[in-house]
Design a protein around this ligand. Sequence first.
Ligand code: NAI
Length: 261
Amino acid sequence: MGIYAVTGSASGMGAAVVDRLRRDGHTVVTVDLRDADVVADLSTPAGRVAAATSVLERCGGVLDGAVMAAGLGPAPGRERPRLISEVNVLGVTDLLAAWRPALAAADRAKVVVFASNSTTTVPLVPRRVVRALLDGDVDRAVGTLRLLGRAAPTFAYAASKIAVSHWVRQQAVTREWAGAGIRLNALAPGAVMTPLLEQQLATPAEAKRIKAFPVPIGGYGDPEHLAAWVVHMLSDAADFLCGSVVFVDGGSDAWFRATDW
Ligand code: NAI
């Protein structure tokens, strides 16, 4: 049995992952704003340091895996682009940088980062925002996002998920990650029925956009099904999986990119 850290554990897909891992007999250290072993705010540098340190203390310096599910959706609001950038990007990269030695100390540790199919289905995401996020420069990212007016949260969200997907692919193959025996991969869901999506559907303009979005299978994903994918990506079956971004999205990514090779 292993010991795993799961962020965003109090709700939606993170909570479903925790349930499955615990049912399978694993030990899980949970991180969230509430109802977690480690209560921390990943939108602040101090919160990220506290979360990273507290998990390392609780796991005794060895982690068999980590699931980075904490995230904010593209709700309206002036401060939203900053929060999205801090939580969705630095809440992943800062924590994983701190946990990497503990992951390297385990045998074939596995990490799953939540990306999104927004990475390939939202057009015209400014590359300079993604570059700023990859540089860890939230002020620069937010400065550009502010120029986009009401569309800023949508672009902030897509840019945050593009940034973490890039980061996963860049880091996964390096000596520090693959070379240390750690499998680092991303899962890119489409619309999954969780409180995050329910919040979006409660906004009429957002609901209209989501309902019009092409999903070849139709309907929404089930958090339990996505949790099953995560647990599979943490299992021995993922020993040969490295730097992959796995789309589980009812066919939207394929629909948009059917002619890409
Ligand atoms: P959710 O809203 O149900 O759960 C997200 C969790 O993150 C919550 O428990 C929340 O408290 C936590 N969180 C938010 N801000 C935080 C902060 N500052 N510090 C610590 N924890 C914080 O969301 P859901 O749908 O389960 O999403 C999980 C991941 O999947 C997110 O990264 C999301 O962006 C991604 N995703 C979700 C999709 C969906 O349709 N539900 C689609 C594609 C990706």
